[in-house]
Write a protein that binds this ligand. Structure first.
Ligand code: ATP
Length: 404
């Protein structure tokens, strides 16, 4: 080894890092690691949101593709299968889904056939009572305007539209003005649309008939229209009545060319609804309140004057609205004096009324499980964390797009 080569190595070898250099490097690396960890968490939460959204869209596609069923009457049951006369008069020899209890398949009973395979897949009751189909019928709902936080302008608009035409029918006559037949409420889920409809029924002593449009549509060929007619007949009998149609877009979407039979069935249901709206005597004591969180999908025929000519938007509550909703839901709840509802309202940006309600419920559950007599600040912090984790952007989910 020569002295020359020794001196070369000392030139090539980097100087020994000092302890402080190493400490700096460790700090930089741990900062990078921390950053990567945060990025990973963010990406994971994004992936989970995208997955949720994808599975909801898939579900929607499945629902759209699910063929509606054909209704028929069983004529006979033979060894080769069931002889069924469909509602359009054609007689088929069809198989019976093995899941069905064949002892209940008696001659003359109403059955539903799968549209593709024509096999009997359900035994139907002989006639349908609209009361059974209607998801809710309440003689006088308990919800009143005082139970609704915020939405002051919307409440007065709805009162003006629906309530006035119930209470001041003579004035409308005197002024020769046709009172509105109903209103359409639009806005994200959980913002109080159903509550509003119930509150109108409460304050006008009207019967509340609530139905979910998606349950009417697409299930049984030829039945959606009949059910709409029967529900309105029932409302006329029970008048004064409020017919509340939730998820109107399920039957009120734009009519498309080249529609499938499922779409055509939905259209028939819509046509029946339009004819009910048009057929109303102007002063008849039945008002319709419909709700949708996808107004952009609605057929323009529904929005023509004389049908849903008033559209009231029900937005997510702003900070004042959230405070009012918190006050409504904590009205009878013991709260520690340290709790500042204004502070909670400021921390719940983007929450719907329904989420604010579950925030209070969660905080109450936490207080009870900890044996406290009052809800404490920490109960609210925990519940805020829980509801925030749970929502993961869900407030916009059902509205897919419009309220994103
Ligand atoms: P969806 O579109 O999902 O049918 P919605 O808009 O009809 O929702 P509601 O069913 O009226 O919402 O609200 C759900 C629950 O959320 C109510 O029972 C109520 O407890 C609470 N809530 C929503 N909005 C309000 C509000 N403005 N004030 C008080 N409570 C509210």
């Amino acid at each position: 080894m020569t002295a020359g080569s020794d001196s070369k190595r000392s030139e090539d070898t980097p100087p020994h890092p000092t302890v402080s250099n190493l400490q700096n490097e460790i700090r930089d690396l741990s900062e990078t690691a921390q950053q990567l960890l945060t990025d990973k968490l963010l990406l994971e939460s994004e992936v989970s949101q995208v997955k949720k959204r994808a599975s909801r869209l898939e579900e929607e596609i499945r629902n759209l593709r699910a063929p509606p069923m054909i209704i028929g009457h069983l004529q006979d049951l033979t060894e080769d299968g069931a002889i069924v006369r469909s509602s359009n008069g054609t007689v088929f020899l069809v198989s019976v889904n093995p899941r069905i209890d064949s002892s209940k398949l008696v001659s003359g009973c109403r059955v539903a056939l799968n549209q593709d395979t024509l096999s009997v897949i359900e035994i139907l009751p002989d006639s349908w009572d609209p009361l059974v189909i209607t998801s809710e019928i309440i003689e006088k709902p308990e919800v009143s305007y005082e139970d609704i936080g915020g939405l002051t302008e919307q409440i007065s608009e709805i009162r003006e539209t629906v309530e006035l035409s119930f209470t001041n029918r003579d004035d409308f006559k005197r002024f020769s003005i046709e009172p509105p037949k109903g209103v359409l409420l639009t806005g994200p889920p959980g913002t109080g649309k159903t509550m509003l409809a119930k509150a109108v029924a409460h304050s006008t002593n009207a019967v509340f008939l609530g139905l979910v449009a998606s349950e009417l549509a697409q299930k049984y060929i030829g039945e959606g229209g009949r059910l709409v007619r029967e529900i309105f007949d029932l409302a006329r009998k029970k008048a004064p009545a409020i017919v509340f149609i939730d998820e109107l877009d399920a039957i009120g979407s734009k009519r498309l060319d080249g529609a499938t039979s499922g779409d055509r069935e939905v259209q028939r249901t819509l046509m029946q609804l339009l004819s009910e709206l048009d057929g109303f005597e102007p002063l008849e004591d039945v008002k319709i309140i419909a709700a949708t969180n996808r107004p952009e999908l609605l057929d323009s025929a529904l929005l023509r004057p004389g049908r849903f000519d008033r559209i009231v938007e029900i937005p997510l509550p702003d900070e004042d609205g959230r405070l009012s909703i918190l006050r409504v839901h904590t009205k009878n709840t013991p709260l520690s004096s340290q709790i500042d509802l204004k502070e909670i309202a400021s921390k719940t940006d983007g929450f719907s009324g329904a989420e604010i309600k579950s925030l209070v419920v969660e905080a109450g559950v936490s207080a009870i499980s900890n044996g406290r007599k009052k809800i404490s600040k920490s109960d609210f912090s925990k519940s805020l964390e829980k509801v925030t984790d749970g929502r993961n952007g869900d407030v916009t989910d059902n509205s897919s797009g419009l309220y994103d």
